[in-house]
Design a protein around this ligand. Structure first.
Ligand code: HEC
Length: 258
């Protein structure tokens, strides 16, 4: 009863905060992690996705992250939203094979189409864990929304690898990461300088690759974002106009009353 009242009073954010406090900082031993704040092209009420960055980010996802992480909610056709052409999308899809049922009724594979979901690297979670030392790589479709700090957090995790402090005991197969809660992450450092070769000549430093892939993943989690922001701006403009008109009408109606 009490909990239900609290929930209606403060809503989900407060609950999330409480849950975060309860689970993320056991025994209050953990220091607060300060994320490196980045300037993102897509933040703010007028922000849009930097198309070149998002396209490079897709390349990083495609060549690196997709070896372990699925992007299940995405379709290849979503790549049209970051200005890849229909031809490019067809070719990207056709390079992947997806499971299907053959004419003989048996499971087989066929080249993917733009209307297909992104292919997952593993058929199921068990297979992923079996291949990755027991760790499960989370699906990246909405990871930008699913983590406190969103883009800054993902950027932090991708760039936060290093040597653990001398007094830290690392688990088997775990890697030290400055920005991952608890500082031990099962994901091996995925990005290196020149991990990919960008077609547009951009220098592929770890930071560059991280920023690009975060831009791409943020787009995938919010493909409707630009439309939503444009609508918001129109609605505010309309309300401002309406306020002006209403005020003018009020002055006219009450003009004779002194
Ligand atoms: C070799 C496999 C592998 C590759 C390649 C890989 N990851 Fe991971 N990733 C993992 C695993 C395993 C985890 C789970 C780690 C854990 O829970 O300790 C993970 C976790 C994550 C997380 C979640 C952290 C959290 O808060 O739970 C993010 C974000 C992430 N990876 C992004 C990426 C991106 C972006 C790329 C490509 C640049 C990438 N990963 C490449 C295996 C991989």
């Amino acid at each position: 009863m009490r909990a239900a009242r609290l929930l209606t009073l403060f809503g989900a954010p407060a609950l999330g905060l409480l849950a975060g406090l309860a689970f993320a900082t056991p025994a209050g031993a953990e220091e607060e992690i300060v994320l490196p704040k980045q300037n993102w092209s897509f933040s703010g009420p007028f922000g849009t996705f930097d198309r070149a960055a998002a396209q490079r980010g897709f390349q990083v996802y495609n060549e690196v992250c997709s070896n372990c992480h699925s992007l299940k909610l995405g379709y290849y056709r979503n790549l049209a939203g970051i200005d890849l052409s229909e031809e490019q999308i067809k070719a990207i899809a056709a390079a992947k094979s997806v499971p299907t049922i053959g004419d003989d009724g048996q499971p087989t594979e066929r080249p993917a189409l733009p209307s297909d979901h992104f292919r997952s690297p593993y058929p199921n979670d068990k297979a992923a864990r079996a291949a990755l030392n027991g760790a499960l790589p989370p699906d990246l479709s909405v990871i930008e929304k699913a983590r406190v700090g969103g883009p800054d957090y993902i950027f932090g995790v991708l760039t936060g690898y290093g040597e653990p402090p001398a007094d830290m005991k690392m688990g088997d197969g775990m890697n030290y990461n400055k920005y991952f809660p608890g500082h031990q992450i099962a994901m091996p450092q995925p990005l290196q300088d020149d991990q990919v070769t960008y077609a547009d000549g951009t220098k592929a430093t770890i930071e560059q690759e991280a920023r690009d892939v975060v831009t791409f993943l943020t787009y995938m989690a919010n493909p409707e974002m630009e439309q939503r922001k444009r609508m918001g701006v129109k609605v505010i403009a309309f309300l401002v106009l309406l306020t002006g008109v209403t005020y003018a009408v009020k002055r006219k109606v009450w003009a004779d009353v002194h």
